[in-house]
Design a protein around this ligand. Structure first.
Ligand code: SP5
Ligand code: ZN
Length: 344
């Protein structure tokens, strides 16, 4: 299986974050990537490839221009500098003054854990290039590809960063592939993919299925309920499966299988895009679903059974010591069945 990866992604380094008033060393660290790279490089079934730069039009098909300009301006901040929103628009009747500056960046941001650093733009471009190259590989007849993307993407919306995400890597891949037929996005990160949901909420060509911690108790809190089902031409094509903390593995799989069946009754996808979050791992500091490597293998197996050309995009996963093992277990579980039932 091809792995698209560009080491420039490691230059984006976040110092700390505040969660509910407490300061933590930032969870989204470059070392996450090292763990995955080391594991996959030791496995002959994976071949590393450098991505080609994602075309700007493919990114613009998902993100607003003024928003991208703010992200791009990260390059101009000094070594010590940072764009860290701390004040947010509060009256929707009032106009916003464009372009956004470091002080008004809050108009494009929904949480305080996602600062823009000097190297954020180049890292985010590298991550989206992984996802785009993986999608292109699949579009050109490849059966599957894995984008080792960091920073992650699924919380980023058309003009909104947050949740450690700036450019929505999976959404760029899905929108590109949707030119060639319907696309199903399945998001199994522990946190609801609010950005991806929002991007495709009215899109009849891309279905979004997310299984995640219940918003009543879990980040990002303001989305992820079952009654969010899509609007306009996208009505019925958004399917949220919120699960309570410490839901059993059996209950998880039966909920996911049921949701996949329901979704496949509504669209006929030509491509599958996975937002692959590994914070569903047992003991992950930010997730509570208790997945062990064998469960990741089973998840890979289940998703491979859809027998679709598949782009797998890396999202969260913060139990860094186990991240490589968990990603490898998932990819091998996927690969085994996908090769057997869909093709080499
Ligand atoms: C891509 C991704 O996985 N982003 C996750 C961002 C989560 N950030 C905040 C997590 C808050 C976790 N729970 C807070 C408990 C407060 N007592
Ligand atoms: Zn997550």
């Amino acid at each position: 299986m091809k792995v698209f990866y560009d080491p420039v992604q490691k230059t984006h380094v976040l110092t700390h974050e505040i969660i509910a008033g407490k300061k933590f060393r930032h969870h989204e660290r470059p070392s996450r990537i090292d763990q995955i790279v080391r594991k996959l490089r030791s496995q002959p079934r994976f071949t590393f490839e450098s991505p080609s730069p994602a075309p700007l039009e493919a990114i613009r098909a998902v993100h607003e221009e003024g928003y991208l300009a703010l992200l791009r301006s990260s390059q101009d901040i000094g070594k010590e500098g940072v764009i860290w929103p701390y004040t947010f628009p509060n009256d929707p009747r009032l106009p916003l003054r464009a372009p956004a500056t470091a002080l008004t960046a809050g108009q494009y941001c929904f949480d305080v854990g996602t600062p823009i650093m000097r190297d954020t733009w180049q890292a985010a471009l590298a991550a989206v290039s992984d996802a785009f190259s993986a999608a292109q590989h699949v579009r050109r007849g490849g059966l599957r590809a894995y984008a080792l993307a960091r920073p992650p993407g699924h919380h980023a919306a058309n003009a909104m960063f947050g949740g450690y995400c700036y450019i929505n890597n999976a959404a760029v891949a899905a929108r590109y592939l949707s030119q060639y037929g319907e696309v199903l996005v399945v998001d199994f990160d522990f946190h609801h993919g609010n950005g991806t949901q929002s991007i495709f909420y009215d899109d009849p060509r891309v279905g979004f299925l997310s299984v995640h911690g219940h918003p009543e108790e879990e980040y990002p809190y303001f989305s992820g309920w079952e009654n969010e089902t899509g609007i306009d031409d996208g009505a019925g094509l958004n399917l949220n499966v919120p699960l309570r903390r410490d839901t059993s593995i059996e209950a998880y799989f039966s909920a996911l299988s049921g949701a996949l069946d329901a979704m496949l009754g509504r669209i006929q996808p030509k491509h599958l895009v996975l937002s692959a979050g590994f914070d569903i791992a047992d003991r992950d500091p930010l997730g509570h679903f208790g997945f062990l490597p064998e469960h990741f293998a089973r998840l890979g197996d289940l998703l491979a059974s859809l027998k679709l050309p598949t782009v797998i995009v890396q999202e969260g996963g913060y139990l860094i010591a186990e991240l490589g093992t968990n990603v490898e277990a998932f990819l091998l579980g996927f690969l085994e069945r996908h090769e057997r039932e869909f093709g080499k």
